[in-house]
Design a protein around this ligand. Structure first.
Ligand SMILES: CC(C)(COP(=O)(O)OP(=O)(O)OC[C@H]1O[C@@H](n2cnc3c(N)ncnc32)[C@H](O)[C@@H]1OP(=O)(O)O)[C@@H](O)C(=O)NCCC(=O)NCCS
Length: 170
């Protein structure tokens, strides 16, 4: 049984722990930047929990987060500066998609991403922008993201592709 909900400040520590299980330290978001993000855009910080039979939370399994902005491209400054968040921005940026290593390959990131996509559509946004390593391009293409080539990002000293999912605006 699992549950999807938005992050609260009390979740910051376990989110930072999971981030370090998923990313090398030079790419991982720090505890203080995670706290800032939750304070600034809690309703753009989705968590998926594995739950006990009585519904209580057992383990944080996956999370997805990012600010919204009118800027079309994800730039490195956004990771560290929550002040760049604009609640009315057209684009939902995604800074991270993490699943606990012992829960990977079970469809949890897919489930959470589908929820992010549906919430973001409901919020009336134009679409979603993320950067990823080449090996995950196929994973995001399954949701309809289209690669826009190598991004300007030098985050963690590696090469990132920028990918965009554009909703049909009615
Ligand atoms: C990437 C990550 C979030 C995926 O989480 P997950 O919960 O295991 O994902 P899911 O189980 O929903 O989906 C995995 C499926 O996506 C598909 N997939 C994965 N990579 C793919 C690719 N390059 N091309 C096509 N499909 C791909 C496969 O069908 C895969 O199934 P499998 O696990 O049976 O091989 C997880 O591996 C992770 O946290 N990695 C470390 C952090 C990271 O790199 N995050 C991405 C930042 S851009």
């Amino acid at each position: 049984m699992e549950e999807i909900r938005f992050a609260t400040i009390e979740d910051a520590e376990k989110i930072a722990e999971l981030e370090l299980l998923c990313f090398p330290v030079e790419e991982a978001a720090t505890y203080s930047s995670i706290k800032e993000r939750i304070k600034t855009f809690p309703n753009h910080f989705w968590l998926l929990f594995d739950c006990n039979e009585n519904g209580s939370e057992k383990e944080l399994v996956s999370f997805i987060n990012g600010m919204t902005t009118n800027e079309r491209n994800l730039r490195d400054e956004m990771y560290a500066d929550s002040g760049l968040h604009n609640e009315n921005g057209y684009w939902q940026m995604i800074f991270g998609v993490d699943t606990r290593p012992d829960y990977q390959h079970k469809g949890f990131a897919t489930k959470l991403m589908n929820r992010v996509i549906s919430d973001t559509k409901q919020n009336g946004k134009a679409g979603i922008v993320l950067t990823c390593k080449e090996k995950l391009r196929g994973f995001y293409e399954k949701f309809g993201f289209v690669s826009e080539g190598v991004s300007d990002s030098t985050h963690g000293g590696v090469v990132w592709l920028q990918m965009r999912l554009t909703f049909e605006i009615h």
